[in-house]
Design a protein around this ligand. Structure first.
Ligand code: NAD
Length: 352
């Protein structure tokens, strides 16, 4: 397979893991379109610096002229859309950017995909796919005994972030039903693993712990999330792209429901073991409870039965094996990641 794919947001956390995994496992070229916002880090892709199969383009998914040019020049067989503003706390402080990238940006990308696909013929037309990467947060929150979210669960987003993702999911769906665009949507649970921007729970806790800083846990720490190792998510996306039925949604999750407090305690135990000389051990003593975020969803849980039964996908990592890999990765690469990000923040004139 030599026809390229376009990956958007491929310098971010999941996108860069996906690009690295795609080049290693599939090997066809990737056109990586990323605006390089605060959370994009091109260094994540340093390993591909001399690889002709990776072509990076800095730009916005909402830039119709640029996107049109990329479609015309590269004639991709698929678009995998990761590009988004992704941090719930930031969406509470400044929702406007979420509306712009996650809704207007996706609309523009869909329009250009529709234009490109509309002019294709033969196999190129039959094989084309638009895969939209979304989140379990669009389904809202669950009570303690509710069954996990299936693909039929009604949408009930509660934050500007999840509402913007829900809107883009609806647009993607509508482009299939109205125009026949061959779309696929994936809704995944919380990811963790290498290259995550350190404002998110897991890298934040690791960095703070190593410096002996407090480990801030929202509320009483009982909020529940379903956690998936990022490469398992990437493999699932590849599988959906390969064999998913167009117009369908696939839920992706590992059935690893944990309270936030359990996650932080797991990290602390791993750090106690892996950094035995730290003066900050036992790391659990650094945990502190802070005022909850407004509208904080209590529980998310994903039912991945459809993805497993239809596509044969299963996560390769358990919560314990994935967390161990992740902590080891940050111990080996965390300082480098942070130095790159600090350097970029200076260049972009962003605060600390
Ligand atoms: P991230 O913030 O690490 O990366 C997002 C990337 O998109 C960045 O590189 C950024 O520069 C780029 N970007 C933002 N706006 C853009 C625009 N308008 N045009 C081009 N590029 C733009 O986010 P992530 O955690 O890697 O999430 C990727 C996708 O996966 C998002 O759509 C998110 O909703 C979804 N998702 C994330 C998780 C998770 O746990 N992180 C779980 C499920 C789904």
């Amino acid at each position: 397979m030599t026809q390229p794919i376009i990956v958007t947001g491929g310098a971010g956390f999941i996108g860069s893991n996906f690009v690295l995994d795609w080049i290693a496992e599939v090997g066809s070229p990737v056109i990586n379109l990323d605006r390089l916002t605060y959370s994009g880090n091109l260094h994540n892709l340093d390993g591909l610096a001399d690889d002709p199969r990776h072509h990076f383009v800095q730009g916005d998914i909402g830039d119709r002229e640029l996107v049109r040019r990329l479609f015309e020049e590269h004639r991709p067989r698929a678009v995998v859309n990761f590009a988004a503003e992704s941090h719930v706390d930031r969406s509470i402080d400044s929702p406007g950017e979420f509306i712009q990238s996650n809704i207007v940006g996706v609309f523009n990308l869909l329009e250009e995909a529709r234009r490109y696909w509309g002019a294709l013929t033969g196999e190129e037309r039959t094989d084309f796919r638009f895969l939209h990467v979304s989140t379990d947060e669009v389904y809202g929150t669950l009570g303690p005994t509710d069954p996990p979210f299936t693909e039929c669960h009604p949408y009930a987003p509660n934050s500007p972030y999840s509402a913007s993702k829900a809107s883009s999911d609806h647009l993607v769906r509508a482009y299939h039903h109205t125009y026949g665009l061959p779309v696929l949507t994936t809704n995944c649970s919380n990811n963790y693993g290498p290259y995550q921007f350190p404002e998110k729970l897991i890298p934040l806790m690791i960095f703070n712990a190593l410096e002996g800083k407090g480990l801030p846990v929202y509320g009483d720490g009982t909020n529940i999330r379903d956690w998936l190792y990022v490469l398992d998510h990437c493999r699932a996306i590849r599988r959906v792209l390969e064999a998913g039925r167009t117009g369908e949604t696939y839920n992706i999750g590992g059935n690893f429901e944990k309270t936030n407090l359990e996650v932080v305690k797991t990290l602390c135990a791993l750090l106690d073991e892996l950094v035995p000389d730290s003066p900050h051990r036992p790391f659990e003593s650094l945990i502190e409870f802070v005022t909850d975020r407004p509208g904080h969803d209590w529980r998310y849980a994903i039912d991945p039965t459809k993805t497993r039964d239809e596509l044969g996908w299963e996560p390769a990592e358990t919560f314990d094996s994935g967390m161990r890999k992740t902590v080891k990765w940050y111990l080996e690469n965390g300082e480098r990641l942070r130095a790159q990000i600090d350097h970029d923040r200076e260049r972009l004139g962003l605060g600390g």
